[in-house]
Design a protein around this ligand. Structure first.
Ligand code: BGC
Length: 742
């Protein structure tokens, strides 16, 4: 449809019809199942609103979609199709590793491919928009939603944000197999006080601009069609009603022109926050902030007509919002073809197809991070191997956002073992459940009931005592134990904050007991967040973090532990020494009395009296099955002028006896600035694969643009002075060269 026709359509709509475009309801309003992720909408949403709603959330399945859309359009006064949205976070039905795991790949191209495949599966099922990417920067492992982020580094987050948008949307969302991306949660949602979900966020404007906003900006520049507001207050004002944030920053400074949707019930929650006195004011505040769609409440559809009629809200502003929604429908081609890619035949063809499984496997393999390996891995076919623990047979290893994932599609470690023949001496024993009954509070009530039911249905050979005994016996007979431990998939994700970052108690007990039987333990750690690994570190000779690896998780783990694939993931978030350190990130400031400054007396340095300052495993850390040697860093010059380039390089050599992939990381420290600069900032990295004895010169180009930041006066640019340069295998690297920016 031409823009002219679109505007004509807008002007032919009644006020109520326009307002209904700004309403999003769940598909449950058509089918009676109303709940998806938040509170259920109150009685304000009437039949007429539902039959004209601009968008739906959660309708999938090509046939059902086509049926609902057809019936909907027939009833609609202008036959306008609804938009169909869903959280397609780490895959649709074929599940890739959780975003934090994908962050560990340090491979945005791979993430782009994953997003593209997820878009294909979702689009043939009728989805038009995914509520992804989530680009919130995260430093606090207590927050359950760190699993949805790609981590703590602003530069990496920008790259991954861009990659996901490009993967979902392609060059044109109208194209077959493409869906629109919705960047979330704007803004600062990743920094709730105390790591507690939905909590207050306090960030200085400088911190917001420098660290938190760049990834949203990158996604917008990549063409993201939608943005979602966040639940939190930002410096005292809830984002969803924050005119400065949405109008001045998002639409003004950042140039966003697409559709802005509230998070679930966030407009209504303006009242609960104590920002709006009533629902009427909440509607006015959100509409004036430029929020176009009210997700799942009746606030807009019940209050906006009156606000316009009483001229509190100009119809022009309302029209702008509705036009943005219609424009997105038009960009997706829905006026010409309201069914877009929804096709039951294609669904059969592409969903869970071999190509998608292969990619899921590759992504999982690249996401695993080897934290420790004292001659445990890779396994040897002659050895007697015991695979023990609650994740050995577990299939729900895809993370809490995999809405339509099914356990039956997933390959567990045990499944992978059963389909191989190379390792004949493998035995499997569960040992215990992921959680003991006392720990059911760590998951949602529905999930706890599911676990409880499963346990009750087990026969006597599966009783907790029998499982335990069997595991101990299996461990005793083995040469090596692969102990699968970790968080239940429901222990991270939305509303899953934790104050204790250890694995569940029952599993800690299992670890200790197995250790008594056999100390040759490799822990395979399933997790949605960085955990406190001190105890695991004490008892395990090797640790492999596998996050929530997805549909092909079992195969990928087997490939890595047997050495068919060498581990290459790097931590996208620091693993703290213990919970007392969080929030923590590698790019902190130095402070006036640094811990390592021996000129200050020990008592008065910036440190903890009881624990080290350093995380247990730093950002960027990860081992492979070989070893790499770094030469001294060399710089092509000690001076850099704007417009010129400088080269920093090292020689990297594989000194082990296997091929391996190293992620060579370049960090820079701006030694003095009008705003203090971090200890180090990741500026570039390269993933290099080398055969044994092979060596290569790894070169990085440094330009003045890379040294820009938000200065004290709010402007963006570099400042002259000395810059420290570091090239190394993780963020623990010390400064080894310097140049002057002139
Ligand atoms: C979450 C969003 C999500 C939305 C729709 C909310 O509870 O915060 O991230 O996109 O639900 O499912």
């Amino acid at each position: 449809m031409t823009q002219e026709k679109l505007v004509e359509l807008l002007h032919s709509m009644s006020l109520k019809e326009k307002v209904n475009q700004m309403l999003q309801v769940t598909t449950g309003f058509f089918t009676d199942e109303k709940m998806l992720t938040g509170p259920t909408a109150q009685g304000e949403i009437g039949e007429e609103n539902i039959s004209q709603a601009g968008s739906l959330i959660g309708l999938f399945g090509a046939e059902e979609y086509r049926k609902q859309q057809k019936a909907f359009m027939e009833k609609h006064p202008h036959h306008i199709p609804f938009l169909d949205m869903l959280d397609v976070i780490n895959g649709f039905r074929t599940i890739y590793p959780i975003p934090l795991g994908q962050g560990a790949t340090f491979n945005p191209d791979l993430m782009k491919k994953c997003a593209s495949m997820a878009a294909l599966e979702a689009s043939v099922s009728g989805i038009h928009v995914t509520f992804s990417p989530m680009v919130d920067l995260v430093r606090d492992a207590r927050w359950g939603r760190v699993m949805e982020s790609t981590g703590e580094d602003p530069m990496l987050n920008c790259e991954f944000a861009r990659a996901q948008v490009e993967g979902y949307q392609g060059r044109d969302v109208k194209e077959a197999g493409k869906i629109a991306a919705c960047v979330k949660h704007f803004a600062g949602y990743g920094a709730p006080v105390g790591g507690r979900e939905y909590n207050t966020v306090e960030l200085s404007e400088n911190t917001l601009m420098e660290y938190y906003l760049p990834a949203y900006q990158a996604a917008i520049e990549a063409g993201a069609e939608m943005v979602m507001t966040s639940f939190n207050t930002l410096n005292g004002i809830p984002s969803t009603g924050n005119q400065w944030l949405m109008q001045e920053i998002l639409r003004g400074k950042m140039g966003f022109q697409g559709v802005l949707i509230s998070d679930w019930a966030a407009i209504e929650e303006l009242c609960i926050h104590g920002f709006a006195a009533d629902r009427w004011e909440a509607a006015s505040l959100a509409a004036h902030a430029g929020v176009d769609i009210d997700m799942m409440t009746g606030v807009y559809c019940s209050k906006l007509p009156e606000l316009v009629e009483t001229q509190v809200l100009s119809e022009k502003l309302l029209d702008e919002a509705v036009l943005r929604i219609l424009t997105l429908k038009n960009k997706l081609g829905l006026f010409e073809n309201p069914y877009k890619d929804a096709d039951p035949e294609k669904e059969k063809e592409v969903i869970l197809c071999e190509e998608h499984r292969k990619l899921a496997r590759e992504a999982a393999e690249q996401s695993f991070v080897l934290l420790k390996n004292e001659e445990m891995l890779p396994l040897n076919p002659e050895e007697k191997i015991a695979i023990i623990g609650p994740f050995a047979e577990e299939k729900e290893i895809y993370g809490s956002w995999s809405i339509i994932a099914q356990a039956q599609d997933t390959v567990s470690i045990a499944d992978a073992v059963r389909t191989q023949t190379e390792f004949p001496h493998v035995s499997i024993a569960k040992g215990c459940e992921i959680l003991s009954p006392k720990e059911y509070c760590l998951v949602t009530q529905a999930e706890a009931e599911k676990i409880q039911q499963r346990v009750e249905q087990q026969d006597r050979t599966q009783s907790s005592k029998a499982l335990w005994k069997e595991a101990v016996k299996t461990a005793r007979k083995a040469d090596k134990v692969i102990l699968t431990l970790g968080e239940h998939k429901n222990m991270s994700g939305e509303a899953a904050s934790r104050a204790d970052l250890r694995i569940p108690k029952i599993q800690r007990k299992l670890l200790k007991e197995i250790y008594q039987m056999n100390p040759n333990i490799t822990v395979i750690l399933f997790t949605g967040r960085p955990l406190d690994l001190r105890q695991i570190e004490k008892y395990a000779k090797a640790i492999l973090v596998v996050w929530m690896p997805g549909t092909e998780g079992g195969n990928a783990i087997w490939n890595v532990i047997t050495g068919a694939v060498s581990p290459s993931g790097r931590l996208p978030m620091s693993f703290p020494y213990c919970v007392g350190q969080v929030p923590i990130s590698y790019n902190e400031y130095v402070t006036g009395r640094p811990c390592e400054d021996s000129s200050v007396s020990r008592e008065y340095r910036s440190n903890y009296r009881d624990i080290p300052n350093e995380p247990l495993y730093p950002f960027g850390y990860g081992l492979s099955y070989t070893q790499f040697l770094y030469s001294k860093l060399s710089l092509s010059s000690t001076v850099l002028k704007p417009g010129e380039k400088l080269e920093a390089s090292i020689v990297l050599r594989n000194i082990g006896d296997r091929e391996g992939t190293e992620t060579v990381q370049l960090y820079i420290r701006d030694c003095a600035g009008s705003v203090v600069r971090p200890k180090k900032e990741l500026k570039a990295y390269q993933k290099i694969t080398l055969a044994p004895d092979e060596e290569i010169t790894v070169r990085f180009e440094i330009t003045e643009e890379m040294l820009r930041f938000y200065r004290a006066d709010g402007s963006y640019g570099s400042e002259k002075g000395i810059m420290g340069v570091m090239i190394g295998k993780d963020s623990n690297i010390r400064e080894s060269a310097a140049f002057e920016l002139q």
